[in-house]
Write a protein that binds this ligand. Sequence first.
Ligand SMILES: Nc1nc2c(ncn2[C@@H]2O[C@H](COP(=O)(O)OP(=O)(O)OP(=O)(O)O)[C@@H](O)[C@H]2O)c(=O)[nH]1
Ligand SMILES: [Mg+2]
Ligand SMILES: [Zn+2]
Length: 371
Amino acid sequence: MAKRVNRRANRQQKITLPSIDALHDLPAFSDLRLDDAQRTAFDVFLDGAENADEMSLGFVVRLDRGYPLVVTESDVFRAEHSVSFAKQDGEKDEGLLPAVGDCVAVRRAPGHDMGVIERVLPRRTSFERWRGRSRGERQVLAANVDTILVVQPLGGGELLLGRVARSLVLARDCGLEPVVVLTKADRADDGALERDLGSVRRLVGDGVRVVVTSSATGAGIEAVRDCVAPRTSAMILGESGAGKSTLLNALLGHEALATGEVRERDDAGRHTTVSRVMVSLPGAGVIVDVPGLRSLPLVGHERGLARAFPEIAEAALECRFNDCTHTHEPGCAVRDHFEQGAFSEERLRCYLSLAREMRESARTLDPDVVI
Ligand SMILES: Nc1nc2c(ncn2[C@@H]2O[C@H](COP(=O)(O)OP(=O)(O)OP(=O)(O)O)[C@@H](O)[C@H]2O)c(=O)[nH]1
Ligand SMILES: [Mg+2]
Ligand SMILES: [Zn+2]
């Protein structure tokens, strides 16, 4: 029995990672933004570090099966995290481990191929989701990104408006700017396109850009590029098969993600081993591609809900009952405002459904919902 376990452990260690030479479009250190807090934190850390001359500032630009690839001003190399890492402050929170986009203090001893990440420097932003069955499990999907490209495919049946709304709440909760990217426009006829675009626009309002694209015809690709300014970074969020990697290839002008990326169509959402890949777009910023995410539970994202639906959240403060569900209660200001035309039905419907979900997840602490 013990033997079998050992053999399995050995096999797991023989993971082949893509060779660095085969990776194209990696961002350079100078493509990424370093802020004052990060530089200061690095200087402070350096002060107390042993063999400080082995230490550099770097960015994590890929995670292949959890293994970080780091770029520094002068080099690109694989790294592992220092042993003490996961236990910083006595916690074993996955949120403390390096995520793609992280700015890190990395040590590389002379003659070593591998680096060791000693510290994750303060995150300017952190895009996270809850996963699993307890409140404690949060996953940082990308660090230091500015924009979330919320991808939804057209022409595949009913457009999942609720999914768009949920993604906006997650982005706003982390202080990030969402942009809705409707992909595969070539699959939708004019009537369907108009209908879907109309309902998305009524949902998101004027404050969020909506871009219609087709990687097949090239439509809208430049409009996506315009959403990712030089020296900013974005992450693509969408379900498996939504066309995220294809969109990225269209932006790059070649099949960038061919190096060992296996597209997974895992409807059960069991992406336990994942690659997260940051690429640098010609004439623009960087984008992080991640495997499709099915489950995006809302747990305690009230701030994101209020930011994504500010006029509804404000109206809710005027309701007679402070636990008003805005469905049947007397003195409900949300329904009053809605009847006066203050916001669309799409906004109201999504707001109510996400607010209900959050009430329930707060009660059961089981955010593992599938949408
Ligand atoms: N007709 C059409 N098909 C597209 C378009 N974009 C992507 N596809 C197809 O959609 C399928 C999925 O595309 P991917 O780019 O691999 O999807 P993904 O979102 O990266 O999926 P995961 O990596 O599994 O999360 C592929 O068969 C693509 O050829 C498009 O604009 N038009
Ligand atoms: Mg993909
Ligand atoms: Zn109400």
